[in-house]
Design a protein around this ligand. Structure first.
Ligand code: NAP
Length: 289
């Protein structure tokens, strides 16, 4: 039986990914994987020695590292923590995996790009992060690829799922509390459902692929259009939505104005292409409402 270790298993993506890996519903059959769930209570990936030893001791075949400091704005004022978790943490996990020849999967982000391309980013487009979060995740990617040969970097974006605070839950809450919402209309991306992403990760592991893969739901929109769709689908179409600029919102971290990821490589190498984001959103809302 293959042993898969998920680190960051109690986070938003982690909870869905563990479920999907256990049922391997991506291919409609039980792959008989043993899935181990670790999070901050079991391991602190900032600690090199204990991380390496703990991983070596359980001898996994695959390690999936989702553990991260994901507060994009918080990273701006906590640069040291961002790099300690997102970059050095990845290095420690990679060193542990190297000791037992395990494959490693690392979750990275569209925020490694600056958004100037204005057409979907390919896996080998040059990165140029605008934020501390983006820089720390890029460094994590580089550590991994320098240390482990059998490595997969999955870059994704704009995640929402049942098990974490996210844009969808925030809009639903605000829609119930306010009559008018102001939402940013100058950032373009693809909202991505954690269940769909988890299925794609499962397929990448089953096929034994290596390298960088962009994984996101298809079609694109701005946060403003995403917000409108959330309100419409949840029966709050009467709430007024005002488009604003990122500058007006004034968040500490600069986000790329365009970070659509091309998922052609995923499709070419696995046959998998994720459904349009609006379709996935509809299914997600039906599970939480
Ligand atoms: N969310 C997005 O839109 C998005 C987009 C692109 C890429 N990603 C990447 O996808 C991955 C999963 O994201 P997510 O949204 O599911 O994140 P999440 O909900 O924040 O989950 C991350 C988990 O890692 C844990 N963790 C934090 N520091 C740790 C440490 N030092 N050692 C061990 N565990 C630690 C967290 O615990 P605490 O909650 O206690 O801190 C949390 O349970 C991350 O790598 C993220 O960078 C996310």
């Amino acid at each position: 039986m293959r042993r898969i270790l998920v680190i960051g298993a109690k986070g938003m993506l982690g909870k869905d990914l563990v479920k999907i890996l256990r049922t391997s519903s991506a291919v409609g059959q039980d792959m008989g994987w043993e899935v181990l769930e670790w999070d901050i209570d079991e391991i602190d990936i900032q600690e090199e020695d204990s991380t390496v030893t703990q991983i070596e001791n359980i001898r996994p075949d695959v390690v999936i590292n989702l553990a991260a400091y994901t507060d994009v704005d918080g990273c701006e004022s906590q640069e040291e923590k961002a790099f300690a978790v997102n970059a050095e943490g990845m290095r420690h996990v990679a060193l542990g995996a190297l000791r037992c020849h395990a494959k490693v999967v690392y979750l990275s982000t569209d925020y490694i790009f600056d958004g100037k391309k204005r057409e979907p980013y390919l896996e080998d487009d040059p990165p140029h992060p605008l934020s501390v979060y983006g820089r720390s995740k890029l460094k994590g990617e580089r550590y991994l690829r320098d240390i482990v040969e059998d490595a997969v970097v999955v870059r994704t974006q704009w995640l929402y799922g049942k098990y974490g605070k996210n844009f969808v839950t925030s809009i639903l809450r605000q829609g119930r509390e306010k009559k008018v919402l102001s939402i940013v209309d100058d950032q373009v991306g693809s909202p991505t459902y954690t269940i769909d992403l988890s299925r794609a990760i499962s397929v990448l592991i089953q096929r034994g692929l290596r390298g960088v893969f962009h994984v996101a739901n298809s079609d694109r929109c701005t946060w403003y259009a995403f917000g409108q769709e959330i309100l419409k689908l949840s029966g709050m179409g009467g709430v007024k939505v005002v488009p604003i600029s990122s500058e007006e919102l004034g968040r500490p971290a600069i986000r790329p104005s365009y970070s659509v990821l091309s998922t052609e490589k995923l499709k070419r190498e696995t046959g998998v292409s994720l459904r349009p984001w609006a379709e996935a959103l509809k299914e997600y809302l039906s599970t939480i409402m």
